[in-house]
Design a binder for this molecule. Structure first.
Ligand code: ATP
Ligand code: MG
Length: 331
């Protein structure tokens, strides 16, 4: 970053506002909708009801699942999480239910699955809409009878596991499309919780900017205490499709490329600086899906095909990137 570029941002420097910020189970917010959600989380945690969390990528679904566990009477038991979208059907069955030696090629010894490992605690099933139908049947059985049979096994195993599930899709629509069992949907969606996207939580972008600045100051040994008006405005105007994770990554980028005590517009990612994809005048207008596909391809090429790095750049979790690549048929 040249001194020249830095000098071009001569806008006023903003410092931290004096709002009261709530920090609850790792979640930072000033938004009334989030406070309502926290209250609901407190209430359902006391019960054993199955909870389905809906929300876009990066909105904090895993943090909510963890809060439910910690507030429940299972807090001293294990908490396990699995992303159902990142396994082939065979591997997912073995991940969830375990397998016995010789169940399939490569199964050289017995292996315990997540249901056994989460016994007495909570199992967080992320991206539950991606579970293949045959495994949905097995899942229903654990929920109804609290037993399952490991892959290749014959003896049922008894467990006591609370399920918290999450999805960014409408399960009802998946049921209509016959991709999800209705009986399983009713079973896991006893209490639906909705995590609003960052763009509809007024005040949260600014509160989270300062929260992440504190964390990054600590991690990088820097003392950022201001943001230029121009940079702040750009961040407030952005619609954050990758939600809190994307915001965190933008600030991490700003810490990596910037210097001194102020974050300037030139320290933000190209997208925030308004240097997003440019279209030819006569080109067909790009749809949101085209844009997403293009962003993914750009990030993958910049990261030389390394998915972890590309996910970071896009502000997505690796599993979300993996899923989106599948949706866009990018291998
Ligand atoms: N309100 C918040 N305050 C502080 N950090 C947050 C908040 N919400 C999310 N985060 C952070 O943002 C990141 C994404 O959160 P999390 O993994 O819970 O999202 P998710 O909804 O499960 O995303 P995905 O659908 O991509 O799996 C994590 O690093 C988390 O710690
Ligand atoms: Mg998650």
């Amino acid at each position: 970053m040249s001194a020249n570029q830095r000098e071009r941002d001569t806008s006023e420097v903003r410092s931290r506002p004096h709002h009261t910020v709530t920090r609850w189970h790792e979640m930072v917010t000033v938004s009334p909708v989030m406070h309502e959600l926290f209250e609901l989380v407190r209430r359902v945690s006391r019960t054993t009801a199955s909870v389905l969390i809906r929300g876009e990528s990066g909105t904090g679904k895993e943090l909510v699942a963890h809060a439910i566990h910690q507030l429940s009477d299972r807090a001293s038991g294990p908490f396990r999480a699995v992303n159902c979208a990142t396994f082939t059907p065979e591997l997912l069955a073995s991940e969830l239910f375990g397998h016995v030696r010789g169940a399939f090629t490569g199964a050289v010894r017995d292996r315990r699955g997540l249901f056994e490992l989460a016994d007495g605690g909570t199992l967080f099933l992320d991206e539950i809409a991606e579970i293949p139908l045959p495994i949905q049947a097995q899942l229903l059985r654990v929920l109804q009878e609290k037993t399952f049979v490991p892959v290749g096994g014959t003896e049922p195993v008894h467990v006591d596991v609370r399920i918290v599930a999450a999805t960014h899709k409408s399960l009802r629509r998946e049921v209509e499309r016959r991709r999800f069992r209705a009986d399983l949907m009713y079973r896991i969606r006893v209490v639906p919780l909705f995590l609003p996207p960052l763009r509809s939580r007024p005040g949260d972008v600014e509160a989270l900017i300062w929260h992440f600045i504190d964390e990054l100051n600590e991690a990088y040994g820097r003392r950022v205490d201001g943001i230029s008006d121009q940079a702040l405005k750009a961040m407030l105007a952005h619609d954050w499709p990758g939600n809190v994770r994307e915001l965190h990554n933008v600030l991490e980028y700003a810490f990596a490329v910037g210097q001194g005590g102020t974050i300037h517009i030139c320290d933000l990612t190209p997208e925030l600086r308004g240097e997003g994809p440019v279209q030819g005048l006569d080109a067909r207008p790009m749809t949101a899906l085209d844009l997403e596909r293009k962003r993914i391809l750009d990030a993958l090429s910049q990261a030389n095909g390394r998915k972890g790095q590309a996910a970071e750049m896009l502000g997505l979790s690796r599993s979300t990137l993996w899923r989106k690549m599948r949706e866009h048929q990018l291998s």
